[in-house]
Ligand binder design. Structure first.
Ligand code: XIL
Length: 379
């Protein structure tokens, strides 16, 4: 039987048609189902829906937008029971000079959180990025350990009793860039201190605030791709290593920067990973959820539907695991999202990765989150 390209695509036979970029795009978009129902019961905000199921819902917010935008502040207060500073607790903001700490912006956000009865998360104590300008020049093999310990001790003590959890180490594993069997990212801290820096960081944080939940946070854990499969395996090994070494880590943070055009989503593999992590005794937080819409059609109805689909499919799997205690998006409204700079669309149309649009109106992505929250098993 002879079929033309269009019929083949409809039958899902893209592989036999000699894939071109256009036909692949069409295949991705054939995942769009205009009839899919994103209906939500009632009007209550995400914060309330999450609490009803026994977990926390929140977002990353930053000082420049929250300190100047009252409407955005109200939206955070309404939707979030947990807040994380997007940049304000990173080294480059916190450490204007090697001998100076500036907690002013972080403190402002901590106060904003407590005023609105939100928990407050810390992000992040050890990361190869967002290091200050002086770092390269001033930090060397001799002083690196002291500087790291001093940084963690001062920062964690400053917020002791006020934080829900700390992302102590961020993105230590990076399969595509590593030539080590453990997948560790060949970044500044590994180079300066060897692989012991991770254990050192957690022990130092635990000593500075014995009550804060200490989190290992990482990316690329979401899809059934060679990179993500290897990343999940390496993260699981690291978590096992923490157990055998007695490293004080209580939770895994999964960033979950999703890609709305990715078709290789495998609920079974993701579910198994979460169960494996939970079986080791760890809690799990979804720490930076958003959905990149770079490769999605420009049409807003279709684009929002595909973004919503990614949110609901992902969160349905994730929230089925009762060890998941919090879901935070990276930003709340398309008015302020890092993807405007980091993942702009080729057609320059404004990006729409978050549950609220730039007018702070709920999008289908919000419905998707609310639906997944409502059907999550109670913790
Ligand atoms: C991003 C912020 O959103 C941007 O504003 C900043 O310019 C760069 O960092 N993974 C992380 C976050 O752990 O800290 C990053 O945040 C996004 C990727």
């Amino acid at each position: 039987m002879l079929i033309n390209r269009r019929q083949a695509l409809q039958l899902g036979l893209a592989a036999f048609t000699g894939i071109t970029a256009t036909s692949l795009t069409k295949t991705i978009h054939s995942n769009d189902n205009p009839k899919r129902n994103f209906r939500v019961v009632g009007q209550s905000p995400l914060r309330k829906r999450a609490v009803a199921r026994g977990f926390l819902s929140g977002a990353a917010g930053n000082y420049p937008t929250l300190s100047t935008d009252a409407a955005l502040r109200n939206l955070f207060a309404q939707e979030c029971s947990i807040l994380v500073p997007e940049n304000e607790l990173k080294w480059d903001t916190l450490r204007p000079a090697i001998d100076k700490f500036d907690f002013s912006k972080g403190d402002w956000l901590a106060k904003f959180a407590s005023t609105h009865r939100m928990y407050f998360r810390g992000h992040t104590l050890v990361w190869d990025q967002a290091l200050p300008g002086w770092f390269k020049e001033k930090v060397n093999h001799q002083n690196a350990e002291n500087i790291l310990v001093e940084h963690i001790t001062t920062t964690v003590k400053h917020y002791a009793g006020k934080v829900h959890s700390w992302d102590v180490v961020n993105e230590a594993i990076a399969i595509p860039y590593s030539n080590r069997p453990d997948g560790l990212h060949p970044g500044a801290w590994l180079e300066l201190l060897g692989d012991g820096y991770i254990d050192l960081a957690f022990r130092t944080a635990a000593a500075a605030d014995p009550k804060a939940m200490l989190v290992y946070n990482d990316r690329w854990l979401d899809y059934d791709t060679p990179r993500d499969n290897a990343q999940r395996a390496a993260v699981l090994k690291l978590l096992e290593r923490f157990k055998s070494m007695g490293t004080p880590v209580q939770a895994l943070g999964i960033q979950a920067h999703l890609d709305g055009s990715e078709t290789r989503f495998n609920p079974r593999k993701l579910r198994t990973f979460l169960r494996d992590v939970a079986s080791l005794g760890y809690k799990i937080l979804i720490t930076e959820l958003d959905v990149v819409d770079k490769k999605l059609p420009v049409d807003i109805a279709r684009r929002d539907r595909l973004v919503a689909r990614a949110y609901e499919d992902y969160l349905s799997v994730v929230l089925d695991e009762k060890a998941v205690i919090a879901v935070l998006t990276w930003g709340l409204s398309d008015r302020a999202t890092w993807h405007s700079n980091y993942n702009p669309r080729p057609d320059r149309a404004p990006v729409r990765p978050l549950p609220f649009d730039s007018n702070l109106k709920r999008k289908l992505g919000w419905n998707a989150m609310a639906r997944a929250f409502d059907k999550a098993p109670k913790r």
